[in-house]
Design a protein around this ligand. Structure first.
Ligand SMILES: NC(=O)C1=CN([C@@H]2O[C@H](COP(=O)(O)OP(=O)(O)OC[C@H]3O[C@@H](n4cnc5c(N)ncnc54)[C@H](O)[C@@H]3O)[C@@H](O)[C@H]2O)[C@@H](O)CC1
Ligand SMILES: Nc1ncnc2c1ncn2[C@@H]1O[C@H](COP(=O)(O)OP(=O)(O)O)[C@@H](O)[C@H]1O
Ligand SMILES: [K+]
Length: 503
C-alpha cells in the first residue's frame, strides 16, 4: 500500500487523467461511490445524515456520496459550507447531478449549524488534501461545533483542516470517528500529532493505476503480503551456517539483560549461530539462560567493556552493536573500531548510537551496509535536534539522515519508519503500546540481526523484522497478555506464533 504527500497525490491524479485518460468526473464518481458503500455498511436508514460539502473536489466527493446514499433510501441532507459561486470544476458537475436527482441541500449560514446539531451522522467532505494554512471562518467555528458533538463523524479522504503532509503543528481540524482515505494514505495518517484526527481509517480504491503510484512515490506500508512475498524459507539441506553467524556486542554489569534479549531474539528469529561478546561478569550472569549462544570475553574497566581485548569481527555474517554497553568514553573507541574494521553488515542500537555520533561521517566509508535503529530521542541526539522537531517531520529527517550517511535507518515509534540509503521508505503498522517497555528495542535488534543473515534483500529483511516484532506483540495482546503486563521477553517467545502464521 503506497503512502503519499499531497503533491504526490496530485501528480498521481494528473498522470491518471492526462497520461492514462481517466476522466476526473469518473474518479470522483468512483471515490464517492466507494466511500458511500463503506458508510452504508455502518449506518441505518433511520439515522439522519448530514453531508458537509466544500468547494473543491473533496466537496465533489461529498455530493456523489449524498446522491448514492439518497438513491438507496438513506435520510440525507447536504449542507454546503461555501457560497455557490465558489463551487468549481468536477464538484460543480456532481452538485448539479445531485440537485437534478432532487437531493436536499442548504447553505451554511455561518451562524447556528442546526443541520449539524440535528444529524445522527456527519459526513465531512469540506476539505481534503487541498487545505492551505489554518482554517478560515466560518469553517473554523463549524469544525469546533462538530468536535463538541459526540456523534459519529466520518471524514472523506482527510479530516477537514488537517494537513496531508508532515511539518505543520498549528491547525484546527475535524476529529473524525472514521476516515475513508481515497487512493492512498497521506503522511499525516502516520504522525503522532496528526494520526488521532483520522480516528479509525480505511483505504478505498478508486481505480488509480498502480503505475501512477510507482512513478510518483517511494513510500509504502509494509504489510503481511509484503512479508509473505519475501519471507526466507528453509531448505531440507540447510545447515546452521546457511542461516548466518552473528555477533552481538554489548552489555555491562548494570545492564546484562539487554544483551541477553538480543541474543535470544536473534536465535528465536532464525539465526544459525550467535555469539555474545561482553564482559566475563555478564557472561556468567546470562549464559545459563542463553545456552544456545556462544560467548567471547571482552576486557572491562569498572564493569564496562573497553577496547583493550580487540574484538575479532572478521568471522561473522553480521554484527549487532550497542545494547546495554553503557556510555563510557572508552567504549566509544571499541564502537569506532568495530564499525571501521568489520566487513559485514552492522546494526547499531541503543548506547552504540551515542558512541557512533561523533563518527557518523565514517559510516559512508563502510563497504557493507550499516543499519541504525534509533527511537526519536536517539534520533534527536544523532542530529543535534529537538525531539519534537523529529516527531513533526519524521519522514523528512529519516530520509535526509539515511541518504547523508548512507545507512538503513529504523526510526522507531508507534509507526516505525524504515528508510534505505536511497531514500525508499516503508512504514510498519504492527505493534502496540505493550511494546513501550524497556527491552523491546533490544528484541527488535536481535530479530533484525537474524533476518539480514537469511538470504533476503537488506531493506526487505529489516522491514520483515519490524513486522515480526510488532506482530508478535499484537498476537500476544490478542490471546494471552495485556498492554500492561507484556514483557520484552514475551515478545521473543511470541515470534513462534508469527512464524507459524506466515511460513
Ligand atoms: N481527480 C479527482 O477528482 C479526485 C479528487 N479527490 C478528492 O479531491 C480532494 C482534493 O481536492 P481539491 O484539490 O479540490 O482540494 P480540496 O477540496 O481538498 O480543498 C480545496 C478547497 O478548500 C478550501 N480551503 C483550503 N484551505 C482552506 C482553509 N484554510 N480554510 C478554509 N477553506 C480552505 C479552498 O478554498 C478550496 O475550496 C481530495 O482530498 C479528494 O477528496 C479524490 O477523490 C481523488 C480523485
Ligand atoms: N505504542 C507503541 N506502538 C507500537 N510499537 C511501539 C510502541 N511503543 C514502542 N514500540 C516499539 O517498541 C520498540 C521500543 O524500542 P526502544 O525504545 O529502543 O526500547 P528499549 O530501548 O527499551 O529496548 C520499538 O520497536 C518501537 O517501535
Ligand atoms: K474531508
Amino acid at each position: 500500500m503506497f503512502i503519499v504527500t499531497a503533491k504526490e497525490m496530485y501528480d498521481i491524479d494528473k498522470f491518471a487523467m492526462q497520461e492514462i485518460g481517466l476522466d476526473g468526473k469518473l474518479l470522483m464518481e468512483n471515490a464517492g461511490r466507494a466511500v458511500a458503500e463503506k458508510i452504508t455498511a455502518m449506518s441505518s436508514k433511520q439515522e439522519k445524515i448530514c453531508v458537509l460539502a466544500g468547494a473543491g473536489n473533496n466537496g465533489g466527493d461529498g455530493f456523489v456520496i449524498a446522491r448514492t446514499m439518497m438513491d438507496q433510501g438513506y435520510h440525507i441532507h447536504v449542507l454546503q459550507v461555501v457560497p455557490d459561486s465558489k463551487i468549481r470544476g468536477d464538484a460543480s458537475f456532481h452538485k448539479r447531478i445531485y440537485e437534478n436527482c432532487g437531493g436536499s441541500l442548504s447553505l451554511f449560514d455561518g451562524i447556528d449549524g442546526t443541520e449539524v446539531l440535528d444529524a445522527d451522522i456527519i459526513i465531512d467532505a469540506m476539505i481534503g488534501i487541498g487545505v492551505k494554512g489554518e482554517l478560515r471562518e466560518p469553517l473554523l467555528s463549524l469544525v469546533s461545533l462538530i468536535n463538541q458533538q459526540t456523534k459519529k463523524v466520518i471524514s472523506v479522504d482527510v479530516p477537514s483542516g488537517l494537513p496531508a503532509d508532515e511539518g505543520t503543528v498549528e491547525f484546527s481540524a475535524v476529529e473524525a470517528t472514521y476516515t475513508f482515505i481515497i487512493g492512498a494514505p497521506k503522511i499525516s495518517a502516520f504522525l503522532n500529532h496528526t494520526s488521532p484526527y483520522y480516528g479509525t481509517w480505511e483505504l478505498v480504491s478508486i481505480g488509480l493505476p498502480k503505475k501512477a503510484f510507482q512513478l510518483s512515490t517511494s513510500k509504502s506500508i509494509w504489510n503481511e503480503t509484503n512479508v509473505r512475498d519475501c519471507f526466507p524459507g528453509r531448505k531440507p539441506d540447510d545447515h546452521k551456517g546457511t542461516h548466518g553467524k552473528g555477533l552481538v556486542i554489548g552489555g555491562c554489569t548494570e545492564m546484562p539483560g539487554a544483551l541477553s534479549m538480543t541474543l535470544k531474539a536473534a536465535l528465536r528469529a532464525g539465526a544459525g549461530l550467535i555469539t555474545g561478546a561482553t564482559s566475563e561478569h555478564v557472561i556468567n550472569r546470562i549464559a545459563s539462560t542463553n545456552v544456545e549462544a556462544t560467548y567471547a570475553v571482552l576486557s572491562t574497566t569498572d564493569g564496562f567493556i573497553n577496547n583493550d581485548s580487540k574484538v575479532n569481527v572478521q568471522d561473522y555474517d553480521a554484527i549487532a552493536l550497542g545494547m546495554g554497553m553503557g556510555r563510557k568514553a572508552f567504549t566509544s573507541e571499541l564502537v569506532r573500531d568495530v564499525v571501521s574494521e568489520a566487513n559485514c553488515p552492522i546494526i547499531i542500537d541503543g548506547d552504540g548510537l551515542h558512541h557512533i555520533q561523533p563518527y557518523l561521517t565514517s559510516l559512508k566509508r563502510r563497504k557493507s551496509p550499516t543499519i541504525m535503529t534509533p527511537h526519536p530521542r536517539e534520533m534527536a541526539m544523532l542530529l543535534g535536534a529537538n525531539v519534537n522537531e523529529i516527531l513533526v517531520e519524521p519522514f523528512r529527517y529519516a530520509s535526509e539522515f539515511a541518504r547523508k550517511f548512507d545507512v538503513y535507518l529504523v526510526l522507531k515509534g508507534m509507526y516505525s519508519i524504515i528508510t534505505s540509503p536511497e531514500g525508499k521508505q516503508s512504514v510498519n503498522m504492527t505493534g502496540n503500546p505493550g511494546l513501550a517497555k524497556g527491552g523491546s528495542g533490544d528484541v527488535l535488534t536481535g530479530i533484525i540481526l537474524a533476518m539480514i543473515m537469511q538470504r533476503q534483500d537488506m531493506f526487505d529483511a529489516i522491514c520483515n523484522a519490524c513486522y515480526v516484532h510488532g506482530k508478535s506483540a499484537d498476537l500476544l495482546i490478542k490471546h494471552q497478555h495485556s498492554h500492561h503486563d507484556l514483557l520484552a521477553s514475551d515478545v521473543i517467545d511470541g515470534i513462534a506464533n508469527v512464524y507459524r502464521t506466515i511460513s
